[in-house]
Design a protein around this ligand. Sequence first.
Ligand code: GSF
Length: 222
Amino acid sequence: MGKLVLYGIDASPPVRACLLTLKALDLPFEYKQVNLLQGEHLSKEYLAKNPQHTVPTLEDDGHFIWDSHAIIAYLVRKYGKDDKLYPKDFLQRAVVDQRLHFESSVVFVGALRNITYPLLFLNETKIPQSKIDNVINVYKLLETFLQNHPYVAGDQLTIADFSLISTISSAVGILEIKESEYPKVSAWIKRMEKLPYYQEANAKGAEMLIGMFKSKNFTIVP
Ligand code: GSF
């Protein structure tokens, strides 16, 4: 087995999706911190690894892979003892893939980053309700996905759960998830929190990111 190196920081949701997957697969890896606030991701060295300058990036035996969704699918395909976390069955895999694309577009960019980027990097402290509506849309869709199953892509824990919990557990710092409104999503979050590696791989970083949101004292405006 090649040497695995994960480049990232705990506060980043897609990095946490990779940490959850690495832990679930019980894989040894080196974790190299990339300080985004100090612009380390724009250094010549990092750009040589990932010209898109995003975290996470995974290094496997001299090869560089980025985008958390590509990384987590690769890890299960290459190192999983079985296919449970990313089922080979075409239909099951299509559902997992759909959830991963949903996280990448509608959730991470459309709902979360659309709010958090101006908040954290442009010093905007007023969040328009229309952007909050995007978060509500995500919570509602997730409630639907979980209607008849304990996990987001069905009866089994998959990488789609890792991807989505990383953003959802961060979005709650912007808009709380009430159990009365979203009972299935609330139960799923509790289920995820019971994973033995959850605290270390996701909760710690999510708390950090939420702390950064809260320190901005944002308000929601019509
Ligand atoms: C998103 C990575 C990303 O935007 C993935 O890996 O899933 N779809 C990609 N990462 C941010 C940090 S964060 O918001 O978690 C990042 O690296 N931004 C720095 C930049 O220059 O884009």
